[in-house]
Design a protein around this ligand. Structure first.
Ligand code: G6P
Length: 489
């Protein structure tokens, strides 16, 4: 900040993401009630030290009339949020059509939706066009609020076209872009029909960040192999201009979890759950109901475990919280039915008159209930087929201070790189391996549990969301300052 002459004044940060961290409900023509999601990411992004942050994004709701838009804009301003209004048609094409169907599965190595492959190919151009138009709408809101010296931090695969829109408007804007999903191997990435335009736009940013070194490396390879640009240890070079590319692994606000465990409401939940499941070991899964999370594979692995270990029947229960998500997309609707079918079959097969082996809930839990679940369960099963980072694994570790439960973690989650030494790592596609890991976790001696937990707890409590956000913003300022110095020399 000193180098930029910003000492003594707060720098402004504009966080731009597809979604605002709010749920907005209309209570009248010009009246809105807002609930801010109090996650670690929100406090990290809005709480960066010495920075005055605002969040720009879609409120997740269609507001066709001007009265409603004005009222919502006013209500959001109090929460440091600025809305981008997207109509139903653009949400259908840009969000459901393009984002959720193309980059999301592809970046997680799942390819395009199988049955809809041809339809997807046919609709691709109009959806990509809507994607670019939507990104331009986000850019227009940024222009309206931008002041010289602001840092603009764009987030995720929804907004890959945004860095270009911003720099085309004003080359001096300080722009960072961060991807919350994996970036796949360039051999997977190169099948994307819009493979050229997206990285070209991302490279307009000054700093490009990923959760892991591997994702950053895949991105650089895509730029060198597909765009023919120069890769350096610092990033990607195009006609003498360097875009820095680096890994910034995210974390959680671990203190928030530690504090919650002391609350009477959470303690009450803990004793209720302990009593409810007395005499049985409890395993926990908490996921959005998304194909990348590997929920059917996890449940089949649990079935295999029950099959091969009859002595454990009625002595262990799997609590699976599956939070509904993207419910307008057919692929997600199919997944929900598939999971229900498998759970029903297994409960029918292994249940008794008084107990079932799987408790499956299609809903989210409030923060207090979630903390209690994290604290009382013996094993957490995080078996994503791919996952950018997976913060459920971090949250579980943060709440296991006294119990020292075991984390079974997919080797394809970004978190495997930070929690790998403490967790049992598994290939989620191999249900026999996961079933064996369940037995290992349930029978693990306490000194081994203690040792594994200590490793993970130290990591989770020292690599926080706040550190992540501050490091990114610091590096972005630094990168721009260095580029400026280079051009002046
Ligand atoms: C992932 C993405 C986020 C997204 C979240 C929820 O974590 O990286 O950008 O917000 O999923 O998905 P949704 O489509 O409901 O915003």
């Amino acid at each position: 900040f000193r180098r930029l002459g910003l000492r003594g004044m707060k720098q402004r940060l504009l966080v731009v993401a597809n979604r605002l961290p709010v749920s907005a409900n209309r209570r009248g023509e010009d009246h809105w009630s807002l609930e801010i999601s109090a996650g670690g990411l929100v406090s990290a992004l809005l709480g960066v030290k010495d920075v005055d942050a605002k969040w720009i994004g879609w409120a997740g709701i269609n507001v066709p009339d001007e009265v409603g838009q004005r009222a919502l804009t006013k209500a959001l301003a109090e929460k440091r949020c600025i809305p981008v209004f997207l109509d139903e048609e653009i949400v259908h094409q840009y969000y459901n059509g393009y984002c959720n169907n193309i980059p999301w599965p592809l970046f997680h190595y799942l390819g395009l939706p199988q049955e809809d492959r041809l339809a997807t190919t046919r609709n691709f151009e109009s959806q990509f066009d809507a994607y670019k138009r939507a990104n331009q709408m986000f850019a227009d809101v940024v222009y309206e609020h931008y002041q010289d010296g602001d840092v603009i931090w764009c987030h995720d695969y929804h907004l890959m076209f945004l860095p270009k829109c911003l720099k085309d408007h004003d080359i001096n804007m300080k722009v960072g872009w961060f991807l919350h999903t994996p970036f796949p191997s360039s051999e997977i990435y190169r099948t994307l029909p819009s493979r050229l335009e997206l990285p070209r736009s991302v490279l307009c940013a000054d700093l490009v960040g990923f959760h892991t070194y591997d994702y950053a490396r895949h991105f650089v390879s895509a730029c060198t192999r597909i765009l023919g640009l120069g890769g350096t240890p610092e990033g990607v070079e195009d006609q003498g201009r360097l875009t820095r590319v680096a890994a910034f692994p995210i974390g959680i606000d671990s203190d928030r979890f530690k504090r919650a465990l002391e609350l009477p409401a959470v303690k009450r939940h803990v004793s209720e759950l302990t009593e409810r499941f007395a005499g049985r070991k409890v395993m926990l899964g908490v996921d959005r109901l998304d194909m990348i999370k590997g929920i059917p594979q996890k449940i089949l692995a649990f079935e295999k475990f029950l099959e091969e270990n009859p002595d454990w029947n009625n002595k262990v229960v799997l609590l699976q919280i599956a939070v509904p998500t993207r419910t307008d997309v057919p692929e997600y609707q199919k997944l929900t039915s598939q999971v229900h079918e498998i759970v029903g079959r297994i409960n029918g097969r292994f249940g008794t008159l008084t107990a079932v082996p799987i408790h499956h809930l299609d809903r989210s839990l409030d923060f207090h209930a979630l903390c209690a679940l994290y604290a009382v369960t013996d094993v957490a099963l995080v078996t994503s087929l791919r996952d950018g980072m997976n913060l459920v694994s971090y949250e579980y570790v943060a709440c296991q201070g006294s119990k020292k439960g075991v984390l079974i973690l997919s080797e394809f989650a970004g978190a495997a790189q930070s929690l790998g030494a403490g967790a049992i790592l598994v290939n989620p596609w191999n249900i026999t391996e996961v079933a064996d890991s369940i037995r290992h976790a349930l029978t693990m001696p306490s000194d081994e549990r203690e040792k594994r937990h200590r490793h993970n707890y130290a990591h989770v409590t020292t690599h926080t969301a706040q550190d992540w956000a501050e490091t990114f913003v610091f590096e972005l300022n630094d990168t721009v300052a260095e580029a400026l110095l280079r051009t002046r020399q």
